[in-house]
Design a protein around this ligand. Structure first.
Ligand SMILES: Cc1cc2nc3c(=O)[nH]c(=O)nc-3n(C[C@H](O)[C@H](O)[C@H](O)COP(=O)(O)O)c2cc1C
Length: 260
């Protein structure tokens, strides 16, 4: 039993067992998550998906309102959903529209540069030229078959809720991906599904109050792809965080520099 003093030194004594500190495991699962776009056809049992959701539901939410709704499809129901969306994507994609705007337009820097870098890296890795619109559309189409994953999720939120609840939803979605990753499952969050909400409503019991936010592919990744992991570079802490008041860091007056 640790003494009170030990507990003060080690802020999370219960996060340590014979396998070592939980931080090693948690950091590994977070850092090894990536947007997987190539899955094996290995079946994912319902129990496993329920286990993932069972963990994910512990996400925080403002005033604990828990604004998430998830539709989970597999097998013939998933294939039917994919077929309907793929047909629409091939024949009438201009007739469908997401109920929300994902990206700011115009997208300011540094985000626009990062998006361009994403395009170069992503399409480059697939051997698709940036200008090759048909090839890009074929790649986009793969979203609708959940990239071959055994399980597809459609995630919605009540449209009467405000932007704060979308924060809550993001935390839940990340929990889903982390809990899945800890169980050897790969995932890819997909806003591309929002565009076809009208069709999804005919296939799933989504109520008129719900807005389709995104989908998610979930399954066992193809071995080579899992070994490679994320292709995407991440900004360094110094690029997005400012520190102030710490004994071991220079304080550049950032808390006061904008004061009149
Ligand atoms: C909310 C959200 C929606 C996304 N939508 C799509 C999508 O529709 N299709 C897709 O292939 N990737 C999608 N992604 C994956 C991103 O492209 C990916 O997370 C990003 O490039 C960073 O790569 P990483 O996840 O491998 O770190 C989405 C990611 C998020 C968080």
């Amino acid at each position: 039993m640790p003494s009170a003093q030990q507990e003060m030194i080690d802020p999370a004594p219960s996060c340590r067992d014979e396998r070592g500190p939980a931080s090693d495991l948690v950091d590994h699962v977070i850092k090894s998550r990536f947007a997987c776009r190539s899955f094996s056809d290995r079946v994912v049992p319902r129990d496993l998906v329920e286990e993932v959701l069972e963990v994910a539901r512990f996400a925080p939410s403002g005033a604990n309102i828990q604004p998430w709704h998830v539709y989970v499809v597999t097998g013939a129901r998933k294939d039917e959903l994919s077929a309907v969306l793929l047909k629409a994507h091939e024949e009438a994609r201009d007739q469908y529209r997401s109920e929300y705007q994902y990206y700011a337009s115009p997208l300011p820097d540094p985000y626009v540069s990062r998006r361009e870098q994403f395009g170069r890296l992503f399409y480059g890795s697939l051997g698709i030229q940036q200008w090759d619109v048909p090839a890009r559309a074929r790649q986009t189409a793969r979203n609708y078959s959940f990239f071959g994953a055994a399980v597809g999720l459609i995630i919605t939120i009540d449209r009467r809720l405000q932007v704060g609840s979308w924060l809550d939803l993001g935390m839940f979605i990340q929990n889903v991906m982390i809990a899945a990753g800890a169980r050897g499952l790969q995932t890819c969050p997909q806003e591309t599904f929002a565009k076809y909400h009208a069709l999804l409503r005919g296939l799933l019991p989504i109520t008129p109050d719900e807005m389709v936010v995104c989908g998610m592919s979930m399954g066992y990744g193809e071995t080579g792809v899992v070994d490679t992991g994320s292709l995407m570079p991440k900004a360094a802490v110094a690029d997005f965080a400012h520190f102030a008041g710490f004994a071991d860091s220079a304080d550049h007056g950032i808390l006061t520099e904008n004061k009149p």
